[in-house]
Design a protein around this ligand. Structure first.
Ligand SMILES: Nc1c(NC[C@H](O)[C@H](O)[C@H](O)CO)[nH]c(=O)[nH]c1=O
Ligand SMILES: CC(=O)[C@@H](O)COP(=O)(O)O
Length: 142
């Protein structure tokens, strides 16, 4: 299998943590052919995912990033559009695209969910892509 990572780099250290979790899960599954594509923020993830999915090169796409709430409602729009856009790409393309984007109130919550004491969302995103790519192969979806 060949996988793509689309990574929003708005918070570099969180992006690195999420990527490490995803790569570790892929490696456990024997998937070492993994390409990373960086975008500025989570709002750009759906288009990057579409580029990767429509390239025909990948069995799955894991979208990673972190959105931390600020003073305004900008957070809501970024999170909503990232989630909706990524879901739209996978449903239209038939290529599994995971939503590995943290949507949190503060940095502490983000760290806890990027391989900290709550969960590893990067790992979970890779797990989801592996599962759906496997299902796609099992059902011989073209
Ligand atoms: N505030 C966060 C953003 N904002 C930037 C947007 O994602 C986007 O890049 C910009 O609006 C230009 O289109 N992005 C994150 O990933 N995380 C944030 O907390
Ligand atoms: C999630 C965001 O876009 C956020 O960082 C923006 O902060 P603010 O709402 O204070 O402008």
């Amino acid at each position: 299998m060949r996988m793509a990572l689309c990574v929003a780099r708005f918070y570099e250290d969180l992006a690195d943590r999420l990527e490490a979790g995803a790569r570790a899960r892929f490696a456990e599954a024997g998937v070492t052919d993994v390409d990373r594509y960086d975008v500025p923020g989570a709002f750009e993830l759906p288009l990057a995912a579409r580029f990767a999915a429509e390239s025909g090169r990948y069995d799955g796409v894991a979208c990673l990033g972190a959105v931390i709430r600020g003073e305004t409602d900008h957070y809501e729009w970024v999170c909503q559009e990232a989630a909706r856009g990524i879901q739209d790409v996978q449903l239209r393309s038939g290529i599994p695209c995971a939503f590995g984007v943290l949507t949190v109130d503060n940095r502490e919550q983000a760290l806890a969910r990027a391989g900290g004491d709550k969960r590893d969302s990067g790992r979970h995103a890779a797990e989801a892509v592996l599962a759906l790519a496997g299902l796609r192969r099992q059902l011989q979806v073209p």
